[in-house]
Design a protein around this ligand. Structure first.
Ligand code: NDP
Length: 313
């Protein structure tokens, strides 16, 4: 296998963000002491991935750190890597941000990350009660973390357009990146247009949405991985349906974050930079947009900063 080369996109504050990242979230399957993510990150770097997406909340930053240390010892340069991690909801107080990032850096074995994101606009203490800290205060802590050089860029995740606008209207530093769910069922055209108009890059999480029978909820809209129209497009390029769906997101300007623990899939998911979809094919892919969210986090619906429209599903 020859390692793939992933193009980069410019961040407005100077950085270059690789156009695809490896996801590292295991859902509820995290087992202390396991090393499955350490393996997946190592395989990914061997395959050419240079961007790893992680978070304090995933409880595997230490595994990511071990893989990075190993690969750096083998000759990969830190400057070639782009590491994204996230501030958890329990650390929204302005003065909690820098210590939280220092904790992540220690787990990752790094002295800076490339991108630090506010994971959700919603604050919640570890005992489950809500923290009503204004995310604007949290953002001021993020700005401090950047000024200290602990992260090259700062951004937000799961913020809606109004919440980003509020940061901008207050004259605060503009987020470099917004990370939100984007897949065939949730294409978010107006949010993408907004971010493009502000020169904010978009990372798309859960890029496969409900493509796989093993993951799709019974009520999830089409398509599945065996959808005839998608199979036809994939065959034409000698690719798989998951590759076609990643390619579509890339052509929308989105940085997809496919997660896999399987070596062959990790290699497959980065092999999407040698073909281009036609307008007709993109129209087929566009037709699956249903404004259907796989991760609505309805448990936070009554928090004042719950970011999503409250009527769907
Ligand atoms: P994905 O859409 O990446 O789907 C992951 C699933 O797809 C796994 O079950 C994986 O199986 C399977 N898979 C991956 N590639 C293939 C393939 N080529 N063929 C068949 N099956 C495949 O879901 P996630 O929800 O994990 O999202 C991706 C990443 O986005 C996360 O890991 C995380 O980094 C980030 N994220 C961020 C959130 C946020 O709030 N900011 C929220 C959710 C996710 P297997 O692993 O067994 O190979």
């Amino acid at each position: 296998l020859t390692a793939a080369t992933v193009p980069t996109l410019k961040l407005y504050d100077g950085g270059n963000i690789p156009a695809l990242a490896l996801g590292t979230w295991l859902g509820n399957n995290t087992k202390p002491g396991a090393n499955e993510v350490e393996n997946s990150v190592s395989w990914a770097i061997d395959a050419g991935y240079r961007h790893i997406d992680t978070a304090f909340a995933y409880r595997i930053e230490d595994q990511v750190g071990r893989a990075l240390a190993k690969k750096i010892a083998e000759g990969v340069k830190r400057e070639e890597l782009f590491i994204t991690t996230k501030l958890w909801n329990s650390e929204h107080a302005k003065d909690a941000v820098v210590p939280a990032l220092r904790g992540s850096l220690s787990s990752l074995g790094l002295d800076y990350v490339d991108l630090y994101l506010v994971h959700w606009p919603v604050g919640q203490f570890n005992n489950g009660t809500y923290d009503y800290t204004d995310y604007v205060e949290t953002w001021r802590g993020m700005m401090e973390a950047k000024a200290l050089g602990l992260t090259r860029s700062i951004g937000v995740s799961n913020f809606n357009q109004q919440q980003i606008d509020r940061l901008l209207e207050l004259g605060l530093e503009k987020p470099s990146v917004l990370q939100v769910e984007i897949n065939l069922n949730l294409q978010q055209p107006s949010l993408l247009a907004y971010c493009s108009s502000k020169d904010i890059r978009v990372m798309g999480y859960t890029p496969f949405g409900s493509l796989f029978y093993s993951k799709a909820k019974p009520d999830a809209p089409a398509p599945r991985v065996d959808d005839p129209a998608l199979v036809e497009i994939a065959k034409k390029y000698n690719k798989t349906v998951p590759q076609v769906s990643l390619r579509y997101l890339i052509e929308l300007g989105v940085i997809p974050i496919p997660k896999s623990l399987t070596k062959s899939r990790i290699e497959q998911n980065i092999d999407v930079f040698d073909f281009t979809l036609t307008q007709e094919e993109k129209d087929v892919l566009k037709s699956f947009d249903r404004n259907y969210r796989t991760i609505p986090q309805l448990k936070w619906l009554d928090h004042p900063y719950y970011p999503f429209e409250k009527t769907t599903q």
